[in-house]
Structures are given as structure tokens and as C-alpha cells.
Design a protein around this ligand. Sequence first.
Ligand code: SAM
Length: 286
Amino acid sequence: MSKLTDINYIKSILSKHGFTFSKSLGQNFLVNPSVCPKMADLCGADDRTGVIEIGPGAGVLTNELALRSCKVVAVELDKRLLPVLEETLSGHKNVRVINDDAMKLDFHKLIEDEFPDNEVVICANLPYYITSPILMRLLEERLPVKAITVMVQKEAADRICASPGTRACGAISAAVHYYCEPEVLFRVSPGSFIPAPKVESAVIRLNILKTPPVTAKDEKLFFKVIRASFLQRRKTLSNSLSAGLSMQKAQINEALARAGIPANARAEEMTMQQFSDITDALYCGV
Ligand code: SAM
């Protein structure tokens, strides 16, 4: 067992550096010895595949990734963790820690600079306050990565991975399915972290698709249609699209009819193909 998952070791090293947890930075560190090895095993890291980690914290997952991968670049926003990471990861020559904000960092450049000859995967125990924006950023930028394996809140995991056309589907599920095939890998209990969060967590893997499952005529409009459809998920598509796209109901109903979709259908019943058909019908009509 790695020393890094020994709760007493972690506590002593953090207190030696005068570190206190910041709630606003989503700092819940993993101390369950089985979780990080499992994540690192399942994320696709190997001796030819580099890893980008977001938010290494005290380095517990970083350590497991470094053991399995040719190189790990870990992006940590909190400066106070740099001396901690220097100490906990001192045994690894293949780890680079960058002090930066993952919401602002140029990931394309990072991949070009750090992994010119390697395949890349992303693996992280994400700070929960930026789960959706960071995931959408990583996907929308179409980074040349094979997969994104992340720990998120259980509810977020279920929502992100829900298939379009099912009740659990939301705007993020539909958007995510455009870029990848998401899957829930395993659940993680609150007691696996210090401090323990109030909610359950889950590890998900987003297997990046080479081409999207549907080809709408206008990609921007496609995402607008998805967002508008789910804005008022209890309402009919006709109502939510009219409100969300600021268009006359008659115009929306005409487009829905052209797409072969009843005006009283709801967003959660739509498949990716149907969202694409609605987009094309609206595109022709505008
Ligand atoms: N990987 C560690 C673990 O599993 O124990 C820590 C995970 S903790 C949930 C999230 C980490 O992300 C913290 O270290 C926090 O400081 C860092 N973080 C928060 N916001 C960030 C951001 N915008 N960019 C990079 N790191 C961030």
C-alpha cells in the first residue's frame, strides 16, 4: 500500500506544511487505498500514454498514475500544495506539476509541448464546483485525448452518463453524448475522503469518439436546440424551444412537423438523431 493513502501520513504531511482544506476549491482528498489504483488502472495510462491530471491535491492519484504512465502533467491551482507535492512526488522523475487554473489553461498547447509523441488521457478527482464547466471545456475544445476518467458527485455521474431518450437525460447528457461514450465505472463513499463530502461520488470514463454520432447542419444551433429543449424540461418541446430560442410557436411547430416530431413531445424523449433533425428543420426555416 502506498504511504500516500495512509490517512495519518497525509494528515502529518499536510500539517507539517501548515495546509488547511479550502472548501471553495473543492478540496476533498482521497484516503481510501483502493480507489486511486483502480482509477489509474482504468484510465488508459501505460508506458506509451501520458496523463494530464487536474487538481493533484497531495498527489495520491498522481503517484498511482506515475507508476503506470510514461509521464504525468498535473495542473494544481492552489500554490500552497506545491511544496507538499514536491515532497510526496519526489520519488518520480516522470511527473511535472504546473501551478495554473484548469479553467484557463491552454490544454492544446500543453499537449503539444509536453506530449509531442504520446497518446494522452485525462484523469482527475475533480473539484466538484467546476465539474460541468471543466468537462464541457475539455470536450468542446476537441483535445486530442483518448479518454477522460474523472471522479464526480454521484448525481452528476448519473446525469452526465444518462442516455438521450431516457428520463434521466438532461442538456449535459445530450451534449456529452455528442463527443463521447460515457460510462459509470464505480461508486465511491464519502468516507473515502478527508474531509468527507456530504454526497456520494462516482468515477466515470468518457471514451472520446472520433466522429460525432450525428451530423447537424449547424453545430452551434444544435447545442442551442439541446439547451433550449431542456430549459423547462416538464414543458412540451414546442413551448420550451419557443421560449429558449425566442421564436414564434408557429415557426417551432412547423419545424417540429418537418422533423416528424409531435409538438407535444418532451426533451427527455428525444434521441441524438431527433435533436439533429430538429436543428436541420430550424436551420432550413431561418
Ligand atoms: N487529486 C487529489 C485527491 O484525489 O486526493 C485532490 C482532489 S480535490 C477533490 C480537487 C483538487 O483540485 C484540489 O487539489 C484543488 O486545489 C484543485 N483545484 C481546484 N480548482 C482548480 C482549478 N480551477 N484548476 C486546477 N486545480 C484546481
